[in-house]
Ligand binder design. Sequence first.
Ligand SMILES: Nc1ncnc2c1ncn2[C@@H]1O[C@H](COP(=O)(O)OP(=O)(O)O)[C@@H](O)[C@H]1O
Ligand SMILES: [Mg+2]
Length: 198
Amino acid sequence: MGLNIETDFGQTPLSEEEKEDLIISTISNKQELDEFEQINIESAVEWSMKQVFKMEQIVSVSFILKLHKRMFGQTWKWAGKFRQSNKNLGIDKYQIPQELTKMIDDCQYWIENNIYLQDEIAIRLKHRLVSIHPFANGNGRHSRLYADILISHGFKRKIFSWGQSSFTSRGEAREKYLSAVRKADKGDIQALVKFARL
Ligand SMILES: Nc1ncnc2c1ncn2[C@@H]1O[C@H](COP(=O)(O)OP(=O)(O)O)[C@@H](O)[C@H]1O
Ligand SMILES: [Mg+2]
């Protein structure tokens, strides 16, 4: 049986090919998939907490790929790989590697020259990353964990609260988050910086 998953507003739908790429082929509905992904993500969070990452290591394209693989590699075959299809969100698939490299170069410059406050650097990077949308799915969750690792390992500050809620499904917190994300799309990053510390 094919995987029957509905896509919520503000989510990336999977192509039929991408849906075929489940590691555990017995997953058949959205709830099972959510649970499986959540266990996978928790193992990535645990792994990240046991590691010591230097800033140079975190601010790299290879780390971005490695983290996605850790978060989704027990669930999806395309984990840690650039998406091969275009989505309703994100840039054209062919531009992903070069835009990520530019993003990393810019971020290194922000850090070296203290262009923004530390929280703002992490949130700007998170928003740029999710706007590029490098992966078939999981871009939102990946970009938030990536920002958490950057702020805690790189800048040695407390991880973000992200509105203190799990907002992968519909609800007030998700609305607040997406509204801040859309302000960031228009160049106003402060609402997302604030949301991240609510
Ligand atoms: N207008 C937007 N601009 C930038 N990012 C967005 C926008 N709308 C949604 N997003 C981000 O994309 C994510 C959805 O992408 P997806 O790959 O499905 O991630 P996930 O599966 O982790 O939710 C949202 O959680 C949000 O972080
Ligand atoms: Mg999704």
